[in-house]
Design a protein. Structure first.
Length: 343
């Protein structure tokens, strides 16, 4: 995942070991990895991350060896049609452009930027990583835009730094007729898990692994503890589920998972959830239970349009039974929704 990737780049900088960085900077049609996908290639040829696998990565590794020798940057286009797709063992039918650049960590500024990027990711700070896209044989330059709009590194004056901080998706853009790749480091999507029972434990085992910031809330202090949720980013003990949202800030990138110990508590939380702008609302329960709760909420004045926001029963249908299986079905659905937020 990206946090681990940024940490590995910073580790290379701390060790003083320069490396090659390959980044997908443009893509059209069906391709194996999305815009911004990255692969680190160490001098010994070992890699971290992926920009598509198969024949594509084999070709990029050849480029990386040349870049390591020449200490420059190149941009190459790769197609996935006909025989190319077959060689890549892919059914993709598009094209990607990949920037392959030498990251010289003996340069103090480069090392500082990589360490700063990792710190921002670790602390969940929204920042922007901007790379100039040079002609072959040139050297790419970088800028790290901080949350307050300040800049570390090198970018032309007049670059709209504040706008970069507000971006959610990578983009290739022109500034003064020169191409740049803007790669926003968005804050991690937060999942709020209401309820601290066995299903919540099963889900929380996976949320951090796929880079959801995880917050667990329950009105039972003995259940909301580090022993039960060692990987959670935050644990909140509620006075009551009737005031479930007073200690959190929900935005369109928030995921709300309702898995409390009772139908009545689920409904209390759901009533509050529907008044938020959350990008995902999911509720545990059988189809009959969900239908009964929805019927009651219609009597309270909620429309079908409101209720259509709710994934209920929660999770993808995979015949899950155990808490861990249910956790996998829920996290799979969340990943699916998150991917549509970040095309």
């Amino acid at each position: 995942m990206l946090k681990q990737f940024y940490q590995e780049m910073a580790n290379q900088a701390v060790k003083g070991e320069s490396f090659v960085l390959a980044t997908v900077v443009a893509c059209v049609g069906s391709v194996p990895r999305s815009l911004g996908a990255k692969m680190l290639v160490r001098p010994d040829g070992t890699t971290v991350g992926s920009i598509g696998g198969g024949n594509l990565e084999a070709q990029v590794l050849q480029l990386a060896a040349q870049v390591q020798q020449d200490r420059h940057a190149v941009i190459r286009a790769f197609g996935f049609n006909g025989s190319d797709a077959a060689k890549a063992e892919s059914i993709c039918g598009g094209q990607v452009e990949i920037l392959v650049e030498w990251m010289d960590v003996s340069d103090a500024l480069t090392a500082e930027l990589l360490i700063g990027l990792n710190a921002a990711a670790a602390e969940n700070r929204r920042t922007g990583w901007v790379t100039s896209l040079p002609l072959d044989g040139a050297v790419s330059t970088h800028g790290l835009v901080h949350p307050d709009g300040s800049l570390a590194g090198s970018l032309p004056s007049g670059f709209a730094l504040k706008n970069i901080i507000e971006m959610h998706h990578p983009v290739k853009a022109l500034f003064e007729e020169k191409p740049y790749f803007i790669d926003p480091l968005d804050v991690a999507v937060t999942v709020y898990i209401f309820g601290a029972g066995h299903v919540s434990q099963g889900l929380a085992r996976f949320t951090r692994a796929v880079e959801f910031c995880t917050v667990v809330l329950d009105d039972r202090a003995s259940f909301v503890c580090c022993e039960r949720f060692p990987d959670a980013d935050q644990l909140i003990v509620l006075d009551t589920f009737s005031d479930a949202f007073s200690q959190i800030k929900v935005d369109p990138y928030s995921f709300l998972v309702i898995v409390t110990r009772s139908h009545s508590s689920d409904q209390v939380v759901l009533t509050q959830a529907l008044h938020t702008s959350a990008g995902y609302i999911g509720m545990m329960g059988s189809r009959r239970k969900c239908a009964l709760i929805f019927a009651e909420m219609r009597r309270q004045g909620f429309s079908d349009e409101h209720l259509q926001r709710v994934h209920a029963p929660i999770g993808l249908s995979i015949e899950a039974e155990t808490p861990e299986e249910l956790g996998i079905s829920i996290i799979a659905e969340m990943i699916q929704v998150r991917a549509k937020m970040n095309p």
